[in-house]
Design a protein around this ligand. Structure first.
Ligand code: F6R
Length: 243
């Protein structure tokens, strides 16, 4: 595990975008595993800026998004498909046919999970997987549980995740209760994993995940076993680490 410690969110976003840019420059047909949520927005803004300045070309890249809410159409402004379009894809030259994300409108959970696992398998995993971290240590929507789940799965979101995500919805009742998420196996298949942690509300999850035992009760802790894992975290998120 490598830690890039930054002063604040702006520095963290720049450092994260630099890692993604380095990936795209060194392998133009990279498979980028991407995340939604507030953590990666600053990094996506930097990538857009560098693309517009002519420094980056995404035309041969593919994307492999982590997760999607069940029951939201791609055009619902709370869907992760919509988030990715508005925060990144609409502003760079990645090709629409190269975008991959679970289909939240497929009512056949087993079928959708199998379909997405086949997509991940076809690529052999992402070249670089970007992650945020939940306050409970979740990655993707892999919530704390009794065992690590390998494949893409349909999860019932925990109250902690619903509480964290309700800020994006008009009412708590509007937060979907289920999501399709890439499993831990799909995430660990990535050749490089970059996890962004920013702010004091992530400090406990960071300490438990990367400085505590590896346990499915803290899903991100499995990243300690990944051969090329980079934690990009700001001072506030690193506040609880030992030493
Ligand atoms: C998003 C995702 C989630 C978030 C996590 C942190 O695609 O898979 O695991 O990364 O919930 O969310 P933010 O960044 O909003 O704090």
């Amino acid at each position: 595990m490598r830690i890039i410690a930054t002063k604040d969110y702006a520095e963290l976003s720049r450092a994260t975008a630099s890692l993604i840019a380095a990936q795209v420059v060194s392998k133009p047909d990279s498979v980028l595993g991407l995340a939604t949520g507030s953590s990666p927005i600053g990094a996506y803004q930097k990538l857009i800026e560098w693309y517009k300045a002519g420094a980056l070309d995404f035309s041969a890249c593919s994307s492999l998004n982590l997760d999607e809410y069940v029951g939201l159409t791609k055009d619902n402004d709370q869907s992760y498909a919509y988030f990715m379009r508005t925060n990144l894809f609409d502003h760079i030259n990645i090709k629409p046919e190269n975008l991959n994300i679970p289909d939240g409108m497929n009512p056949d959970a087993a079928g959708e999970c199998a379909r997405y696992d086949a997509v991940i398998e076809k690529f052999g995993g992402a070249d670089l997987q970007l992650l945020g971290i939940g306050r409970n240590g979740h990655i993707g929507f892999n919530e704390p549980g009794a065992a690590f789940v390998r494949g893409t799965n349909c999860v019932h979101l925990t109250q902690s995740t619903i509480d964290a995500n309700k800020r994006f919805f008009a009412r708590e009742e509007d937060v979907p209760r289920k999501a399709y998420t890439m499993g831990i196996g799909g995430i660990m298949l990535a050749r490089k994993v970059v996890l962004i942690a920013s702010g004091a509300d992530k400090a406990e999850a960071v300490a438990k995940s990367f400085f505590g035992p590896i346990t499915p009760e803290v899903p991100a802790s499995i990243l300690q076993l990944h051969r090329d894992f980079v934690l990009v975290a700001d001072e506030a998120a690193l506040a609880n680490i030992p030493g």
